[in-house]
Design a protein around this ligand. Structure first.
Ligand SMILES: [Zn+2]
Ligand SMILES: [Zn+2]
Length: 343
């Protein structure tokens, strides 16, 4: 059988592509998966392999994490010594733990983090402020002490950064690179000072724990950075941040854990549904006679152990706060505690 295959004719409609008047350069991004000792699993660190060589997040301060990070850098042809800048999405140990060590080894690489990330950044966990928030949420003293001991244990996974060892990121500031820049977008919620970094040219975003493919991030119970006697309205802020990310029409989001996100619109809708469903569950758990956030947390997550007991109360408080702000439940102060009531 003859193949009768003549060489393909050039498409008469085909025209030679004219050279664009500018050169569009993609930022060279290398993703490095770094192990953590935490339940969440490995953390994603991102190397921007161009001048000035920049690392977004570092991994926790463990030997295994440091080796994995160095290995990833080596494969990209970069040495620790070459790092000029470290951008931190937020101050959780799995993201910022190695920042100081890397900064020192890289001979004073610049470390940048938002000013609202006070706690772990400066090694000052504000116990009194946190304790006050937990007391208000109805957590008993013995339980608070257990949570505190647990967090003391977690602190070993990050070195504190002193004031002269970092610079504060400012919302909307441009972080310059050889082929363009990343714009800082303050995306509070998971923590008060969480930041994302946006490359406008291709609408790529590095989002830390603000956007995760398979998990709805926890809004962590935190004092308000502006008035630490108050609670940071983490879930309300988080909803604003999710909408802000949406307004950037992202094409690709590099998250702090797991795979990257190419369908943010879908994920955004999924997050919103999950938050609304959880809110409805939480409201159902508030009896007419009243309950504290801790009572609600125990009903929501009866088997929660270790760090999950703190995350459970964080989640309950976040949802109760939002439900109250939306006039769906009432709250009153009873002694030192807040009691929520369904009307
Ligand atoms: Zn985090
Ligand atoms: Zn994380």
């Amino acid at each position: 059988m003859s193949s009768n295959s003549e060489p393909a004719q050039a498409d008469p409609g085909y025209r030679t592509l004219k050279l664009l008047p500018f050169t569009f350069c993609l930022m060279k991004v290398v993703s490095i998966s770094v192990p953590t000792p935490f339940y969440i699993g490995p953390v994603n660190c991102y190397l921007i392999a161009e001048d000035p060589v920049t690392l977004i997040d570092t991994g926790p301060k463990t030997k295994e994490a440091f080796e994995a990070l160095k290995d990833g850098l080596r494969r990209a042809g970069v040495r620790v010594f070459d790092i000029k800048r470290i951008l931190l999405t937020h101050a959780h140990e799995d993201h910022c733990g190695l920042a100081k060590q890397l900064r020192d080894e890289a001979k004073d690489a610049e470390v940048l983090i938002h000013g609202w990330e006070t706690g772990h950044r400066a090694g000052r966990l504000h116990y009194d402020e946190h304790r006050a928030l937990l007391v208000r949420a109805g957590v008993a003293d013995g339980e608070i002490n257990r949570m505190r001991r647990m967090y003391e244990g977690v602190r070993q996974y990050a070195d504190a950064l002193e004031d002269d060892e970092h610079r504060e990121l400012v919302d909307d500031e441009e972080i310059e690179f050889a082929t363009g820049s990343l714009r800082v977008v303050h995306t509070p919620g998971h923590t008060p000072g969480s930041c994302s970094f946006v490359r406008e040219a291709d609408r790529t975003i590095f989002a830390g724990d603000c956007v995760l493919k398979r998990i709805t991030p926890n809004p962590i119970l935190s004092p308000d950075p502006i008035d630490p006697t108050k609670r940071f309205p983490s879930l309300a802020e988080y909803l604003v941040s999710l909408a802000r990310v949406r307004s950037l029409s992202p094409t690709l989001i590099y998250g702090g854990h797991g795979e990257s996100v190419t369908d943010y619109e879908e994920l955004f809708n999924r997050y919103l549904r999950a938050i609304r469903e959880r809110q409805a569950e939480v409201i159902k758990l508030v009896p007419k006679a009243g309950a504290t956030a801790w009572d609600v947390a125990q009903k929501m997550f009866p088997g929660a152990a270790d760090v999950h007991r703190f995350l459970a109360v964080s989640e309950a408080v976040a949802h109760l706060d939002l439900a109250h702000a939306e006039n769906k439940i009432a709250v009153e102060i009873s002694g030192e505690r807040e009691v929520y009531r369904r009307e």
